[in-house]
Write a protein that binds this ligand. Structure first.
Ligand SMILES: *[C@@H]1O[C@H](CO)[C@@H](O)[C@H](O)[C@H]1NC(C)=O
Ligand SMILES: *[C@@H]1O[C@H](CO)[C@@H](O)[C@H](O)[C@H]1NC(C)=O
Ligand SMILES: *[C@@H]1O[C@H](CO)[C@@H](O)[C@H](O)[C@H]1NC(C)=O
Ligand SMILES: *[C@@H]1O[C@H](CO)[C@@H](O)[C@H](O)[C@H]1NC(C)=O
Length: 348
């Protein structure tokens, strides 16, 4: 009798022990979850969007309390950018939920900001960017998500198309109303440089250190730009036709003007930005026939830039065609890998 009872107790304890082990293992597993592995082996990739991660991490999510609107902290100023970033920093920022989403805990941010980064083979820059930008954006009380859109394959890079894709993919996850399209190597040097949208599309990389903090030419609109959802729809996004380096930003400028909007820039002091030095990547050579800053890329003999205004309502978000490959939720960012096809003049 005594033997049977203690056996039952033993069984119970074993079950409890195994169960808690399982929870520990699962927790460990979810900490370093590898979404790549998921999406490769299932037909429907597991995709938990920003909404899910926000509700999991926001301690006020299920309570019936009204939070005040966010205000900017008074002590914003010059920002000390760190370029020497430990390579294993990806899991260090504990406040971060999966996918590089964050929002203020004690106030409501009015803008929901998707930061979209076109990407290929630039891991070291991405690490530096993330390491500096998460604290920067949190200081500005931003409700934001980081989307890194990676071009699959080795064909010429198409920055603008990747940014269009980032816009669409981000909106699948959360009702973002502000989009900041940023290169992976550009970091603001002052916290007063607000990563926010405005009443007009905003140019935020006009005072780069590598150009002595001067605007190179009046219509320059590259590096980092911010559009509300409405503004971006109004210009039908970027052109999808610029392969290789350059031209797409000038095309976007023409779209903005054609749509009756203007470019906004904050003053040069607070807009100082750092460009992390690097060599031009293979696969991102200049557009054909581009000379300096005068890009004259052509399609079927027609200069793209010259016809920017005429093309803008047929070439852009409404003609975007790509193949989604997979999404990977890293702690500090969401990476979306896509096949964007090939330039029309490249035969297989
Ligand atoms: C994630 O899984 C994929 C496919 O199984 C593998 O190739 C990759 O190395 C894994 N990444 C990590 C960080 O474990
Ligand atoms: C939440 O609070 C409001 C006003 O304080 C109240 O009217 C409402 O019934 C509450 N909702 C729940 C689910 O408690
Ligand atoms: C928060 O901001 C919204 C939008 O500007 C405004 O309508 C609302 O009154 C504000 N709430 C408070 C408490 O200030
Ligand atoms: C674009 O669309 C066509 C069908 O209209 C499809 O065959 C092609 O694979 C698509 N290209 C990409 C990159 O998705």
């Amino acid at each position: 009798m005594g033997y049977q009872n203690s056996f039952k107790v033993f069984l119970c304890l074993s079950v409890i022990f195994l169960f808690s082990m399982k929870i520990m293992v699962l927790e460990k597993y979810f900490e370093k979850i590898n979404f790549t592995a998921f999406s490769i082996h299932t037909t429907k990739p597991i995709r938990k969007g920003a909404h899910y991660w926000f509700s999991q991490t926001n301690k006020h999510a299920n309570k019936n309390i009204t939070l005040p609107n966010c205000t900017l902290p008074p002590d914003l100023g010059p920002y000390n950018i760190q370029l020497n970033v430990p390579l294993d920093n990806e899991f260090k920022n504990e406040r971060m939920s999966f996918g590089g989403h964050n929002k203020p805990e004690n106030c409501i941010a009015l803008q929901k900001i998707a930061i979209v980064i076109p990407f290929r083979n630039r891991e070291s820059h991405l690490k530096i960017w993330l390491h500096n930008m998460h604290p920067f954006l949190q200081k500005q009380q931003a409700d934001y998500g980081i989307y890194v859109i990676e071009q699959h394959g080795n064909l010429p890079f198409n920055r603008a198309k990747l940014l269009n894709i980032g816009y669409k993919e981000a909106l699948k996850e959360y009702d973002y109303n502000c989009f900041i399209f940023s290169d992976v190597d550009i970091i603001p040097m002052d916290q007063r440089n607000l990563y926010r949208c405005s009443t007009n599309p905003k140019h935020m990389a006009h005072a780069l250190d590598k150009f002595n903090f001067r605007l190179l030419y009046a219509t320059l609109f590259g590096g980092v730009v911010a559009f509300t959802k409405e503004q971006f729809l109004k210009v039908n996004g970027f052109s999808n036709l610029f392969w290789g380096w350059g031209g797409e930003d000038d095309d976007l400028y023409k779209r903005v003007i054609t749509a009756g909007m203007q470019i906004e820039r904050m003053n040069n002091i607070i807009s100082k930005t750092k460009a992390i030095p690097h060599k031009r990547d293979p696969g991102n050579e200049d557009n054909p026939k581009s000379t300096g800053f005068q890009h004259v890329a052509t399609r079927n003999g027609e200069p793209l830039l010259e016809k920017a205004a005429r093309r803008m309502y047929t070439d852009g978000l409404n003609s975007l065609n790509y193949t989604f490959i997979r999404v990977m939720k890293h702690r500090l960012y969401t990476k979306v890998l896509v096949d964007i096809g090939k330039p029309e003049n490249i035969e297989q």
